[in-house]
Design a protein around this ligand. Structure first.
Ligand code: THU
Length: 139
């Protein structure tokens, strides 16, 4: 059964999956649990949580966990990513994740989730305008 039908911009289910993905986080240092749910163009779902290291800068965000999982399984085309945390406010991807979303997912919907499971949808180019990209390397 296809639970993510095409053309439907209702991301309630994706939001729910991002909230569930927080359970996969391993953030012993910040104790800030983040979940991401990445939807492929053909409606497959990849979940990720943030994973922290005692060498703090080696930490990986939930978004990149989900994206790298999907890419390493051979996925190349994406539709949307939802991001949730325990904060009452909307959580927005860090700069590093914006670059990775731009490079590996392209112009997708980025769904920011708040503590009441409310959400706001942005396009990649809204969150990372004038992005550096492979176009800049191929001159
Ligand atoms: N974090 C994410 O996983 N995604 C974000 O969009 C922002 C920050 C993580 C990284 C770190 O484990 C914790 O949240 C605190 O910065």
């Amino acid at each position: 059964m296809n639970i993510f039908p095409h053309k439907i911009m209702d991301y309630k289910l994706l939001v729910k999956k991002a909230v569930e993905a927080k359970k996969r986080a391993l953030p012993p240092y910040s104790n800030f649990h983040v979940g991401a749910a990445l939807l492929t163009l053909d409606d497959k779902l990849y979940l990720g949580g943030n994973i922290e290291s005692s060498s703090y800068s080696l930490t990986i965000c939930a978004e990149r966990t989900a994206i790298f999982k999907a890419i390493s399984e051979g996925e190349r085309k994406f539709k949307a990513i939802a991001i949730a945390s325990d904060s009452p406010d909307y959580i927005s991807p860090c700069g590093a994740c914006r670059q990775i979303i731009s490079d590996l997912c392209g112009e997708i919907d980025i769904v920011l989730v708040n503590g009441n499971m409310g959400y706001k949808v942005y396009k990649t180019s809204e969150l990372i305008p004038l992005a550096f990209g492979d176009k800049d390397l191929n001159n």
